[in-house]
Design a protein around this ligand. Structure first.
Ligand code: GRG
Length: 301
């Protein structure tokens, strides 16, 4: 059953960030020099109802570090860039050679709509444009460099790509808790952790603040994945906008599959508490981030 009040409240918190990011993405994806079909496929992959969680985390983290009227504008380039990377990862993850899925965000996956070659190139184009946005989007070149370093580490061969390689059993992964943690820290948590660290960088956070955000990002990332596993195990295609039960069918190393539903629910609660504790150093300024974290533990999409 859909938990309307949780979904609505998450929507209320994310809405102003999502709106700003959607508008900025439309202009970042509107470039007459890009071949028409590629441009259409890039827009299809990005402007299609994602929650915009990662960009919201960038901007919420910036607000958590320091009070300033214009954080939304000052961290927007970082927010757009990380959402482009996320959208690329979804397009590539859905490909026949990877998860081979036909449904994403409630509609046909990019390769079903545009063909496999165009979907591969769409992912390539989104990934590279993300770094173009970062390199040109900040008056302070030092901040741009730190953002580029953080996003490439989170998304690349020690981050999300490593997680995907492990998830697809293309490298050796230890059995049990250790292996599962290895996969999910990289496949999912790395980008969420990258998001909050990028927000901290935009707000000129000090090392201790970046560490606290990093700890928060790791815990929320693992909680998010465990909650996603629960949705895959018990959710409906209509609610989650993708094919449910896929993980079990394909023998994926999921929390729900390996720990069972009840233990996974408890894990989501524990990781959510740990994430909120990591924010203590920010006091009341972290309230919105804490509320979102608690709501995400109960999400149903
Ligand atoms: C192809 C390098 C490469 C990596 C793919 C993102 C990913 C790694 C795989 C997708 C499958 C999956 C379940 C990943 C875990 C991360 C996750 C829960 C993604 C979905 O994120 P949401 O719920 O999606 O924020 P929306 O559509 O709302 O943006």
């Amino acid at each position: 059953m859909v938990n309307v009040s949780v979904t609505n409240r998450i929507g209320d918190i994310l809405a102003p960030y999502a709106e700003a990011v959607n508008t900025a993405m439309v202009s970042a994806l509107c470039d007459e020099a890009v071949p028409a079909t590629l441009a259409e496929a890039m827009r299809y992959a990005c402007l299609n109802g994602g929650k915009r969680l990662r960009p919201a985390l960038v901007m919420l983290a910036a607000e958590t570090v320091a009070e300033k009227e214009h954080w939304l504008a000052d961290s927007l380039g970082a927010a757009v860039a990380i959402e482009m990377v996320h959208c690329y990862s979804l397009v590539h993850d859905d490909l026949p050679a990877m998860d081979d899925d036909t449904l994403r965000r409630g509609r046909e996956t990019c390769h079903v709509k545009f063909g496999e070659a165009m979907a591969i190139l769409t992912g390539d184009a989104l990934l590279t444009r993300a770094f173009e946005v970062l390199s040109g989007g900040f008056a302070d070149a030092g901040i741009a460099m730190k953002l580029i370093g953080t996003l490439s580490a989170a998304a690349g061969p020690i981050g999300m790509v490593a997680g995907q390689v492990a998830d697809m059993e293309l490298c050796e992964v230890p059995p049990g808790d250790e292996g599962r943690r290895y996969i999910h820290l990289r496949k999912t948590a790395a980008l969420l952790q990258g998001a909050v660290r990028m927000g901290g960088i935009c707000a000129a956070a000090n090392e201790a603040q970046l560490d606290a955000l990093g700890e928060f990002g790791e815990k929320i990332g693992l909680a998010f994945q465990a909650a996603d596993d629960l949705l895959d195990a018990v959710g409906s295609a209509q609610a989650i906008g993708k094919t449910p039960g896929k993980d079990a069918q394909t023998g994926k190393r999921t929390y729900a599959g390996e720990l069972g539903i009840e233990q996974t629910r408890q894990l989501v609660t524990d990781l959510t508490d740990q994430a909120c504790r990591a924010l203590e150093t920010f006091g009341p300024r972290a309230e919105k981030l804490r509320e979102l974290t608690n709501l995400l533990a109960k999400r149903d999409r």
